[in-house]
Design a protein around this ligand. Structure first.
Ligand SMILES: Nc1ncnc2c1ncn2[C@@H]1O[C@H](COP(=O)(O)OP(=O)(O)OP(=O)(O)O)[C@@H](O)[C@H]1O
Length: 496
C-alpha cells in the first residue's frame, strides 16, 4: 500500500506527510499507469492533466475535476483504466472521491465515485435486523432505531438534478411549479401523490430527483428515498426469496418522501403492486409525500389494479410536453454554462432547430461537440458541427420552402408576414420583401409566378425585378452581401 512506501520522498517518513502530499504521490503513480494505458497523449492531456489530487485519507483518494461534464466523461470513458490504476497503487480497497469544481466563485460539490463497485447498491435488507416487526407491525423500539439510523441510509438521489439547472418553459410550467411546491412542504399539500408524466427524455427523472434533493438539503424531509420501479421490483423479489419481505416493507414504510420513477414498469406485476398498495396507504395516512413518474397518463397504464390507479390519481398529475424552440435554446445555453463552454450562436441554433423530440438527444449533441472539440483541441464552426452531428440529424433534412424563407426573412428583419405580403412601400419593408423574393428564387424550386402569389399576390414581373435589384445591390454593397449570406445560413439550418 502506498503509505508504507517511503521511497517517493527519500528521508521523509511517509506517515508524517500531509494527506495532500500523500494524494500527490499516489496520483502521480496513478497517472503513470493511466498514461501507459491510454496510448493517446492528447486524451491524457485533456482529461487527466487538469485533475488536482486533493487528499488521501486511508485508501480514499479525493481528486478535483473542473466540471460535472469532466466527471461524467471520465466515468463514462476511462472508468476501467482509472479503477485499475487506483487498485494497483492503493490496493483493492481503494476508493475514489471526486470533487467537482462548479465555478471558481462557488463552493465545490463533492461527488462520491464508485470504485471499485461501479453501481451503488441500496438494499433495504441492509437494515439492522431489529427493525423487523411482529405480525407486520413495527415496534416502537424498531421505529426509534430506524429514526436514529436514518442518516445511514442513502437516498440514491443524483445531486446533479436540481431545480436550479432545470429550465422552465411553457412545456413544463405546471409540473415545475407543483414539484417546487412539494419539495417545500412534502406531505402537507393536496399534491399527494404528485405524478409527473411525459415522453422519453423530457425531464421526468430530473424533476422528481430535484424534489428529493431540495427537500433533503433544506431539511424538509428527513428520509428521502428515490428508486426506479424496476429496482423496487427486483429488490422486492429478492426480499421474498431471502425471507426478508417484512424488512423490505418496514423500510419503505418509514420513508418521509418516497420517489418512484417509471411506474409503468409495475404493469402486470401483481405481487409488487400489492406491496406498493400497502406502502402507499401507510405513507399517505401518515402524511408522508409520494412522488411518481410515468411515461404516460395514469389512465393509460394497463395491467395495474384499479385500486392502485385510483390512488395514483388522488393528488396532482402534471405532464411534461416537448420543449419549444426557445426552451431548447435555453437548455443548451444552460448546459454550456454548466460546462464553462461556449459555442457559436449558429451552432446552438442548428441544434435547437433540429433536435426537437427529446431533451436527452439535445444534450447528447452538445456533449458530442464539446468532446470532439476537447479531444481534438480545436474549436467548432458550423460546418464541422454539421459534420459531427450528421448522423443525429440526417433524417430530418428537408428542402427549403417559401414558408421557411418567409419565416427567416421576418425574423431577420424583425417584421411580420403581413408586412411582407402587404402594400407598404416603406424602404425597410420593401427591401425585406425584395430580399424574400430573391431568397425564394435562389433557394427554393418555386417559379417566379408562385413566389409572386405567395408574397401578396404580386405579378411574376415584380419578382424578376426584385431578384435583379438585389443582385445589383449585392455587387455594390457588402452589407447586402452579408444579409444574403446570413439568410442563407439560417435557411440551411432550418432545412437540416
Ligand atoms: N427542463 C430541463 N432543463 C434542463 N435539463 C433538462 C430539462 N429537461 C430534461 N433535462 C435533461 O435532459 C436529460 C434527460 O432527462 P431525464 O432523464 O430526466 O428524462 P426522463 O423523462 O426521465 O427520461 P426517460 O423517459 O428516459 O426516463 C437529463 O440530462 C436532464 O437533466
Amino acid at each position: 500500500m502506498l503509505m508504507s512506501e517511503g521511497h517517493d520522498q527519500p528521508g521523509a517518513p511517509v506517515s508524517h506527510l500531509s494527506e495532500q502530499a500523500l494524494a500527490q504521490i499516489a496520483w502521480k503513480k496513478c497517472l503513470d499507469i493511466i498514461r501507459d494505458g491510454l496510448h493517446n497523449l492528447q486524451s491524457f492531456k485533456t482529461w487527466f492533466e487538469p485533475i488536482v489530487p486533493l487528499k488521501l485519507s486511508g485508501q480514499e483518494l479525493t481528486i478535483q475535476v473542473p466540471s460535472q461534464f469532466f466527471y461524467e466523461m471520465i466515468e463514462e470513458n476511462y472508468y476501467s483504466l482509472l479503477k485499475r490504476a487506483l487498485m494497483e497503487v492503493m490496493g483493492t480497497g481503494a476508493k475514489l472521491r471526486y470533487s467537482v469544481l462548479v465555478q471558481a466563485a462557488q463552493a465545490e460539490t463533492p461527488v462520491v465515485a464508485r470504485i471499485p463497485e461501479k453501481k451503488g447498491k441500496h438494499t433495504p435488507a441492509a437494515l439492522p435486523k431489529v427493525i423487523s416487526h411482529a405480525n407486520g407491525k413495527q415496534t416502537k423500539e424498531a421505529q426509534d432505531l430506524f429514526a436514529n439510523n436514518v442518516h445511514r441510509f442513502e437516498s440514491y438521489l443524483n445531486p446533479k438534478y436540481r431545480f436550479e439547472n432545470f429550465v422552465k418553459g411553457d412545456c413544463n410550467d405546471l409540473a415545475h411549479a407543483a414539484a417546487k411546491s412539494v419539495s417545500e412542504t412534502p406531505g402537507k399539500s393536496s399534491f399527494n401523490p404528485l405524478v409527473i408524466y411525459g415522453g422519453v427524455g423530457l425531464g421526468k427523472t430530473h424533476l422528481i430527483q430535484a424534489i428529493g434533493n431540495h427537500a433533503r438539503e433544506n431539511n424538509k424531509a428527513k428520509f428521502v428515498m428515490y428508486v426506479s420501479s424496476e429496482k423496487f421490483t427486483i429488490e422486492f423479489v429478492n426480499a421474498i426469496q431471502n425471507n426478508q419481505a417484512h424488512e423490505f416493507s418496514a423500510f419503505y414504510r418509514n420513508v418521509d418522501l418516497l420517489i418512484i420513477d417509471d411506474i409503468q414498469f409495475f404493469e402486470r406485476k401483481e405481487k409488487t403492486q400489492e406491496e406498493i398498495f400497502h406502502i402507499f396507504n401507510t405513507l399517505h395516512q401518515a402524511n408522508k409525500q409520494i412522488v411518481l413518474s410515468s411515461d404516460r397518463p395514469i389512465k393509460e397504464l394497463k395491467g395495474i389494479e384499479e385500486r392502485l390507479l385510483s390512488r395514483f390519481q388522488w393528488g396532482l398529475t402534471a405532464d411534461l410536453q416537448l420543449p419549444d424552440y426557445e426552451t431548447r435554446r435555453a437548455i443548451l445555453q444552460r448546459k454550456l454554462e454548466e460546462n464553462s463552454a461556449t459555442l457559436d450562436e449558429s451552432i446552438i441554433d442548428f441544434i435547437a432547430t433540429n433536435m426537437t423530440s427529446n431533451i436527452r438527444e439535445l444534450e447528447g449533441c452538445l456533449v458530442k461537440l464539446l468532446a470532439t472539440a476537447s479531444l481534438n483541441a480545436k474549436s467548432i464552426d458550423l460546418p464541422l458541427a454539421k459534420n459531427i452531428l450528421r448522423d443525429s440529424v440526417r433524417e430530418r433534412s428537408q428542402t427549403v420552402t417559401i414558408e421557411m424563407v418567409e419565416k427567416a426573412v421576418c425574423e431577420y428583419f424583425g417584421i411580420s408576414a403581413n408586412d411582407i405580403k402587404g402594400k407598404s412601400r416603406k424602404k425597410e419593408i420593401a427591401f425585406a420583401r425584395q430580399m424574400a423574393m430573391y431568397s425564394a428564387k435562389k433557394w427554393t424550386k418555386s417559379s417566379f409566378k408562385t413566389i409572386g402569389l405567395h408574397f401578396g399576390g404580386r405579378d411574376h414581373s415584380t419578382v424578376i425585378h426584385a431578384v435583379n435589384a438585389i443582385d445589383k445591390n449585392a455587387d455594390r454593397s457588402e452589407e447586402v452581401r452579408n444579409t444574403i449570406e446570413e439568410l442563407h445560413k439560417r435557411l440551411e439550418i432550418m432545412s437540416l
